[in-house]
Design a protein around this ligand. Structure first.
Ligand code: DCP
Ligand code: CA
Ligand code: CA
Length: 366
């Protein structure tokens, strides 16, 4: 087998960056996204903050009260969490990322692993070009920056992605793994928290390089065999966890940027119909019927609007997607004043097509 090439794409200061995108005038100020508990005016915790606020020591998890104190002399912006808005943006970006991957695994709202081994034919040079292209597309289409790590496996990709932030790109080729890892502090490895770090320090292990050189049998004695083996493998950069799709498919969607912003239904449908074909084909490949058809419109001001309709019974008919999408757009365009920049189709409420499934289940494919 040729080289495995894995990417981890992580969006920078995600919730706060979404807020900056919605309102660019706050971009040069500290921005803090808060989860208000509602008990008293300022009780609650910081969800995340932009990098300007981080310079003053504001970060995820600290109290809003403390954040306000740290920023008391600044013209800082405190905003409540708007999860629906972030999820909408996340979903769009994940759709783009997925289209670049041979295998795709979303982990959390703002990051995903992409196995691109075949796409780049095992070449890290090509992977670097692909990563630049992805960063460019996320930037121009979504107005957001992300950081990407590229490596021979998930472990290295993940550490690489966080080694230059924000807006970073770090490529670690197989022959660079050892030197890349060896100088890092041990707590950069996943699973090495504060207590483990202390224990390792007691053993004289400070860097990942120290850990790699440490006798595996002694590690097993201290941490138990499973963990000991994991720490050793991690320290030398060995990881063969596959990149794999997680969980059930909840919806299938596609979104497209129009050549020119418009309010014209016919022009919009010209683009929407092929999206319907595409979404429908993906559902049929997975053997799924659907009950809900939705549309998404991103306007010239980048505001996002969605509409949907749930049918009486689940169906697999392409016409049901196209007609419902047309009706939803027609009605939406009458109500809206701005022109449309991006259009999307999303089908959800999915159920398996029972009868057809058995055939492929029992007939071998090879
Ligand atoms: N989040 C949260 N509470 C936490 C950690 C994260 O609510 N304790 C939310 C807000 C973040 C989002 O999850 O925007 C993604 O988390 P990340 O850890 O990726 O952090 P950010 O994207 O905010 O920052 P970075 O630029 O370091 O990736
Ligand atoms: Ca992030
Ligand atoms: Ca993340």
């Amino acid at each position: 087998m040729e080289n495995r090439v894995v990417m981890l794409v992580d969006l920078d200061y995600f919730f706060a960056q979404c807020e900056e995108r919605r309102n660019p005038s706050i971009k040069d100020k500290p921005v803090v996204v808060c989860v208000y508990s509602g008990r008293s005016e300022d009780s609650g915790a910081v969800s995340t903050a932009n990098y300007i606020a981080r310079k003053y020591g504001v970060k995820s998890g600290i109290s809003i009260f403390l954040a306000k104190r740290k920023l008391k002399d600044q013209d800082a912006i405190f905003l409540p969490l708007d999860r629906d808005f972030y999820e909408q943006i996340s979903e769009e970006i994940m759709g783009v990322l997925r289209s670049y991957a041979d295998l795709f695994e979303q982990v959390g709202i703002d990051e995903a692993y992409l196995d691109v081994s075949q796409k780049v034919k095992g070449s890290f040079e090509e992977a670097e070009e692909l990563a630049k292209k992805i960063k460019g597309e996320v930037k121009t289409e979504q107005k957001l920056t992300c950081s990407i790590g590229v490596g021979p496996n998930k472990l290295i990709a993940k550490i690489a992605s966080s080694s230059q932030k924000p807006d970073g790109l770090t490529v670690v080729k197989p022959e660079q793994v050892e030197s890349f890892l060896s100088q890092l502090p041990v707590n950069r490895l996943i699973g090495v928290g504060r207590k483990t770090t202390e224990k390792m320090h007691d053993l004289g292990i400070n860097t990942v390089g120290d850990l790699a050189k440490y006798d595996v049998r002694k590690l097993n004695e201290v941490f138990g065999e499973n963990l000991g083996a994991y720490f050793h493998n991690a320290s030398v950069g060995t990881d063969d966890e596959p990149v794999q799709e997680r969980g059930e498919v909840e919806s299938v969607s596609r979104i497209f940027t129009l050549k020119k912003d418009t309010k014209d239904l016919a022009t919009i449908l010209e683009k929407v119909n092929p999206l319907c074909d595409d979404v429908h084909e993906r559902l049929m490949q997975r053997g799924l019927n659907f009950k809900t058809v939705g549309i998404v419109a991103v306007m010239t001001d980048l505001s996002i609007h969605s509409r949907s309709r749930t049918l009486e019974t689940p169906t697999n008919k392409l016409d049901a997607v196209k007609e419902t999408a047309r009706e939803l757009f027609e009605r939406f365009l009458k109500e809206s004043e701005l022109e449309v920049r991006r259009v999307g189709v999303k089908v959800s409420n999915l159920v398996e097509q029972e009868t057809q499934r058995q055939i492929t289940d029992f007939v071998g494919t090879d």
